[in-house]
Write a protein that binds this ligand. Structure first.
Ligand code: ATP
Ligand code: TZP
Ligand code: MG
Ligand code: MG
Length: 266
């Protein structure tokens, strides 16, 4: 399962990100640290070509504009035509009706391989109106396992719902991962970077659910190691150490993964 990190480093997949202005630099550095090759390309005149040569396309609506949404749909369709996996991060869905309807519009027009968001975002995209505070989910109650399975069936894709415990489901198989650290909630862009890191693992793997489980657990393990180096009130040091720990991940980290495989009830 965890040999994927070695394969990723050997293949250095190109990840085409159309992402938000807050997390652009952190996302590029995080992908480099992991061993992938990031590119940010947003012009509608070039996104189809870039998506075609990419190993994965990541669409992130964090600071959306009409032009950017148009480019995302062009890039997503090009990826679909060329067998390139597409990840959607519906940042802030539920905070405004524009974000919710945009996420749904992308899911209608593009064959999304994997949807990654916090529980409030995913619930709003599936049509349950749970309150969002800006781009943060806060503490939402409810069964994230049922929600992930429902979203996976509705959108016919793999779904990753993150939080203290992450849930990964394709509607048939469901996993929980309980790696990670609360300092991840004190640095902006850790959810967005995870969506791009998942994209890098999808680029080297047909088995999207296993690729996502490995990506999510290794990401959490890197955070745990970084938190051992940074103090509890040092988000700046944590961010730096987190990039370093992403770069040091390897197959021998597998045993640190806290993964639980759930079977769907009949
Ligand atoms: P939000 O806006 O709600 O923070 P997000 O898009 O930033 O959402 P998160 O849910 O924060 O995404 O997930 C980003 C990473 O942080 C994931 O690896 C997740 O496992 C981890 N994470 C989030 N909350 C916690 C927590 N309380 N304890 C440990 N890890 C966490
Ligand atoms: N505002 C718009 S996008 C964004 C903020 C703060 C970044 C959100 O990043 P993440 O990974 O969801 O915390
Ligand atoms: Mg977060
Ligand atoms: Mg987010």
């Amino acid at each position: 399962m965890f040999e994927r990190i070695t394969r990723l480093r050997n293949q250095e997949p190109l990840v085409h990100n159309i992402t938000n202005v807050v997390v652009t630099n952190f996302t590029a550095n995080g992908l480099y640290a992991l061993g992938a090759s990031p590119v940010m390309a947003y012009a509608k005149e070039e996104v189809a070509e870039m998506a075609q040569i990419a190993g994965a396309v990541v669409l992130n609506i964090g600071t959306l504009t009409e032009d950017q949404i148009e480019a995302m749909i062009i890039a997503g369709k090009s990826a679909n035509q060329n067998g390139v996996p597409v990840v959607l991060d519906p940042v802030g869905a539920g905070a405004t009706t524009y974000r919710t309807s945009t996420a749904r519009n992308i899911l209608e027009k593009v064959d999304v391989s994997l949807l990654r968001g916090n529980a409030a975002e995913v619930s709003n995209v599936v049509g349950e109106q749970i309150a969002m505070k800006g781009v943060d989910s806060g503490n939402i109650q409810g069964n994230h396992i049922d929600l992930a399975q429902k979203a996976a069936e509705l959108f016919q894709c793999t779904v990753v719902i993150t939080g203290q415990t992450d849930v990964i489901s394709n509607g048939e198989d469901t996993y929980t991962v309980s790696n990670g650290h609360s300092l991840l909630t004190k640095v902006t862009g850790t959810g967005c970077l995870l969506s791009s890191v998942i994209g890098a693992f999808l680029a080297i793997d047909q088995n999207h659910i296993h690729a996502a489980v490995v990506a999510v657990s290794l990401y959490g393990i890197a955070a745990e190691k970084a938190a051992q180096k940074a103090g509890t009130n040092e988000p700046g040091r944590f961010q730096m150490e987190f990039l370093n720990e992403l770069a040091k991940l390897n197959e021998t980290d597998g045993p640190l993964a806290k993964i639980n495989h759930l079977q769907k009830e009949a």
